[in-house]
Ligand binder design. Structure first.
Ligand code: G3H
Ligand code: 13P
Ligand code: ZN
Length: 341
């Protein structure tokens, strides 16, 4: 089937009470691994591309590869192509024109400027509403789903925030949804991007009550959890065993993600775990077979490792087996629905 609006995937997940992984892609091998895993487990899937990925890969090529996977290779699997952390309106317009079926406008930070520390400053609530509304107008006119963000994560956003991390205030979240008309909302509950989410030896802690609160206030909104990599110990050990240096890496325990899903979290953003899986597999080949210099000899195992790990994630989040629940909805259908209010 054609790529579906992400709203369809999140609405179905809301009905079924499960989570859907949103996996970042930068290249063909990652994309194949994600789609193969979705097909093998019969799971809907969200494929997401960051602005850095748009720069790294030819953006038209990435979009074309994703379309090929949805329309030709796995037409029975519902897939959505999503812009991750869209920094500005120009990028939103570009992705809508490229056929993305979902965009995130990350209005929590102002990507157009940097403060004296070299960090992007936090946007005020009103400024976040203003840019998010503009993104909604543009995207909904094309039937494209919009994800907004309220609150700030730790990790890469940590040092961008003068006063530290701001967890999402449920009152603000409710007001933000009302004022912007978004379809999905990223909330900050104590996760952070990257491989160092909690000090080693301490207990992982998330503010899961915020999920309950926002879900009960905004039951039709697809709640999004950024920074959801679980940083599996076996991957980190493998990376380090074969010459890597990723000491003391800690992620979100899978049972905490499952708890968040049980409370209403629907989109689970994961990038770091894929990077670890790829790096571990490639390092292993380099150490064990130093004479090999055919890229397929290490990119192939890297692709296999990503596929194996995503299959586990799809089962853990409850996504597996749900690909057939769908009545496909097109961007045109969504366009009409949005226009009808
Ligand atoms: O949230 C950030 C994602 O992990 C994307 O990372 O900007 O390095 O592609 P990237
Ligand atoms: P991780 O760094 O935990 O994989 O989070 C990725 C993410 O949130 C992408 O938007
Ligand atoms: Zn993120």
């Amino acid at each position: 089937m054609a790529l579906v609006p992400m709203k369809l995937i999140l609405d179905e997940a809301n009905k079924g009470g499960y989570g859907v992984g949103a996996f970042n892609v930068n290249n063909m091998e990652q994309l194949q691994a994600i789609c193969d895993a979705a097909a093998e487990t019969s799971s809907p899937v969200i494929i997401q591309v960051s602005r850095n990925a748009l720069q790294y890969a030819d953006k038209g090529l990435l979009a074309a590869m994703v379309r090929y996977m949805a329309e030709e290779k796995y037409p029975h699997i519902p897939m959505s192509l999503h812009l991750d952390h869209g920094p500005d309106i120009e990028t939103i317009k570009e992705c809508v024109a490229l056929g993305f079926t979902s965009v995130m406008i990350d209005g929590s930070l102002d990507y157009s400027t940097k403060d004296e520390k070299g960090s992007h400053p936090v946007r005020s609530f009103d400024d976040n509403v203003a840019i998010t509304k503009e993104a909604v107008e543009i995207a909904h006119a094309a039937g494209v789903t919009v994800e907004g963000e309220i609150g700030t994560l730790g990790g890469i956003e940590d040092d961008t925030v003068a006063g530290g991390v701001h967890l999402t205030e449920p009152d603000e979240a409710e007001e933000f949804v009302k004022q912007t008309g978004i379809d999905a909302l990223a909330i900050a509950i104590g996760t952070s991007h990257g491989a160092y989410k909690f000090p080693v030896g301490t207990e992982a802690k998330l503010a899961l009550d915020i999920v309950d609160d926002v879900h009960s206030r905004c039951p039709d909104i697809g709640l999004v959890m950024h920074g959801s990599s679980s940083v599996p110990a076996h991957m980190v050990e493998e990376v380090n065993k074969y010459g890597g240096k990723v000491p003391n890496a800690v992620g979100i325990p899978t049972n905490m993600i499952q708890d968040a899903i049980g409370r209403g979290m629907r989109k689970v953003n994961i990038d770091t775990d894929g990077r670890l899986a790829i790096t571990a597999a490639i390092r292993k080949v380099f150490v064990e077979n130093p004479a090999d210099f055919d890229g397929r000899k290490y990119l192939g195992p890297a692709r296999d490792a990503v596929r194996t790990w995503i299959i586990e994630e799809m089962k853990a989040f409850g996504t597996a087996g749900h690909a057939d629940d769908y009545k496909p909805v097109t961007l045109d259908d969504m366009k009409k629905l949005y226009a009808a209010g």
